[in-house]
Ligand binder design. Structure first.
Ligand code: GLU
Length: 312
């Protein structure tokens, strides 16, 4: 069998140079901080399961993590509830937008942890007696995934909280259905702070690598979540991570991933590596245009597709 290409020898700056001329898509305008994003930013990073990093120019530029936080909120909720979070949130794709005002029919649960309703709920399930304590637990958990102390952007958190009308609506709907135990405002505040966590491409790649390694951070050696939790999270990333573009993503890229409206994409190839792309202009489904192209190229060049069989 031909050996697989070495991710550490891969020329990420050459890939970056191929992506820069792609000018499709538009930056998100939901809050002023995202509207001011640099549309020319392109950053790529790969972290292998023995903790080695490959990174392009720009991979130290920080952006808010946005929805790429959702797999990690799900992971922390599963870890802190001993798996009970799985009874509180569905795991089926919705075929709808990330912020659709819709719960699972019959149960009133959020459809899955990768849409906003689900992330509002999983953020409410992590350990902590009040909103402050839950936010602190989330920040320390995200930091353990990233292998360094992360911080949240206070302005992003405040604006997400103030301007997130659909998130407030979803939280109230879950209160009405008796599926959210904390107050609607607490749930939105904690989720908004989580979305405001600042990461660079290397942080995100290491977060993806920690899941791909079964929950143990390959740089620090810390077991952040159990192997079962990592498996559950990657499974739901594979089916729901790119919202109603998840089917197309799985065929084209074949690597479980989660996108966010700041233009981030985190990829987690189980047993192989974690990777991240950051480039703010988005397609109609809220996924980074250059990020999608880069993920497809990386998957092909590094032979990452989950369902591509070798010759026999
Ligand atoms: N902060 C955004 C929201 O909840 C995240 C959306 C995303 O990245 O897809 O509306």
């Amino acid at each position: 069998m031909t050996p697989r290409p070495d991710p550490l020898a891969y020329d990420l700056d050459a890939l970056r140079a191929r992506l820069v001329p792609e000018t499709g898509g538009a930056v998100d305008r939901s809050i002023p901080e995202l509207a001011r994003a640099d549309p020319s930013l392109v950053a790529l990073s790969i972290v292998t399961l023995d903790g080695a990093t490959n990174a392009s120019d720009g991979s130290d530029v920080q952006v808010s993590i946005q929805s790429a936080v959702k797999p990690f909120l799900f992971a922390l909720a599963l870890q802190d509830t001993g798996g009970d979070a799985l009874d509180r949130v569905g795991i089926e794709p919705t075929g709808e937008a990330f912020d659709a005002i819709k719960l699972e029919s019959g149960t009133g649960r959020p459809p899955n942890p990768m849409v906003n309703a689900g992330a509002l709920l999983t953020a409410s399930l992590v350990d902590g007696a009040d909103a402050e304590a839950r936010s602190a637990r989330i920040l320390s958990g995200l930091s353990a995934f990233a292998g360094r102390d992360l911080e949240a952007d206070a302005d992003v958190a405040e604006n997400e909280h103030l301007l997130g009308d659909r998130n407030h609506a979803l939280a109230h709907l879950m209160r009405a259905e008796d599926t959210l135990a904390v107050s609607a405002d607490d749930a939105v505040a904690v989720y908004a702070r989580a979305c405001a966590t600042l990461v660079d491409a290397r942080d995100l790649a290491l977060m993806g690598a920690t899941l791909a390694a079964g929950g143990r951070n390959p740089v620090t050696g810390v077991e952040v979540v159990s192997r079962d939790v990592a498996r559950d999270v990657i499974s739901v990333m594979a089916t729901c991570g790119v919202y109603d573009g998840s089917g197309r993503w799985m065929r084209q890229v074949g690597v479980p991933a989660k996108s966010g409206v700041s233009g981030v994409i985190v990829l987690s190839a189980p047993g192989r590596l974690g990777a991240a792309v950051i480039s703010p202009p988005l397609d109609d489904q809220g996924t980074s245009v250059r990020g999608h192209i880069a993920s497809e190229i990386l998957s092909a060049d590094l032979d990452l597709h989950s369902f591509r069989t070798g010759s026999v």
